[in-house]
Design a protein around this ligand. Structure first.
Ligand code: HEM
Length: 260
């Protein structure tokens, strides 16, 4: 793990160094997140990666790159994987999602404006409820603090078991383990009986900064898949949700696609 981290940091340092150099020489910057971060940071530093009052050091820029990569890539990819699995298991919802997509975009490229997609949003929420990529949120007390009548000293790890909350029948009802996207038809609050219990993207000041982007990416990809394919779960698929960082299907996702 240490070796992999060292290698990753060296690759990132190289990419960032080249990009900073190009920017200093006034060469056209790329239209991506790293350039935006570096451009805004250059206004706050002396341009050599020495942080001013607001700027970030190169080490901090490297950390940001790592966080965006790890927080953004695998989470969104497993969301798409689970969605394909459940839509493969529930052809009636696959049909409803496809009808919605075709009625809005036909077989044309999906447009950002139309991407609110009610049925697909309900499906994605239900997938995030059943298979949240992040199954646990962790915090550490940085000072003595009281919560729920208990006083915790400094350095206590507190875990919020997202997976348990998402599968609690007292919150979601006796059909809690079933895939029922229509529970989200009137929004998240109605689905969770007015309780704060849906945490796929966390909550509070550290809530996922990429949540809208992730849903947009997932919707865009699903639209394009549904426009082109019908799909079903292959007989070799074994359902075994398994957490290694994010929650994965342990034995992969064997899905049969048929072009339409
Ligand atoms: C389905 C996709 C995603 C899921 C389920 C997800 C989930 C989460 C969760 C649960 C947190 C909070 C962690 C905590 O409170 O300890 C988080 C934070 C974060 N996410 Fe996401 N995420 C997703 C996609 C993305 C994408 C696409 C990006 C970037 C483009 C992203 C960037 C971040 C960042 C930077 C943080 C840290 C925010 C902070 O600490 O202030 N995430 N994400």
């Amino acid at each position: 793990m240490r070796q992999a981290n060292k290698e990753l940091e060296s690759i990132l340092r190289d990419i960032i160094g080249k990009r900073v150099e190009a920017m200093k020489q006034g060469k056209g910057t790329k239209d991506d997140l790293l350039s935006m971060l570096l451009e805004s940071n250059m206004c706050e530093t002396d341009g050599d990666g020495q942080a001013g009052s607001m700027g970030m050091t190169i080490e901090e820029v490297i950390d940001e790159c790592k966080v965006f990569y790890f927080a953004g890539m695998e989470t969104t990819s497993v969301l798409l994987t689970w969605t394909m699995i459940v839509l493969g298991m529930h052809p009636e919802w696959q049909d409803r999602a496809r009808e919605e997509v075709l009625s809005l975009f036909s077989k044309d490229k999906p447009e950002y404006e139309g991407l609110s997609l009610k049925i697909m949003t309900m499906i994605l929420y239900e997938v995030l409820r059943l298979y949240p990529p992040g199954t646990l949120l962790v915090r550490k007390t940085y000072k003595e603090m009281e919560m729920g009548g208990v006083t915790y000293p400094v350095g206590v790890m507190i875990e919020l078991p997202v997976l348990f909350l998402h599968h609690d029948p007292d919150i979601w009802g006796s059909d809690v383990h079933e895939f029922r996207p229509d529970r989200f038809a009137d929004g998240i609050s109605k689905a969770s009986n007015g309780m704060l219990a849906f945490f796929p993207f966390g909550w509070g000041p550290r809530i996922c900064i990429g949540q809208n982007f992730a849903l947009l990416e997932a919707k865009m990809a699903l639209c394009m898949i549904l426009q082109r394919f019908e799909f079903e779960i292959a007989s070799s698929y074994t359902h075994a949700p398994h957490t290694v960082m994010a929650m994965h299907p342990m034995h992969g996702a064997q899905i049969k696609l048929k072009a339409i």
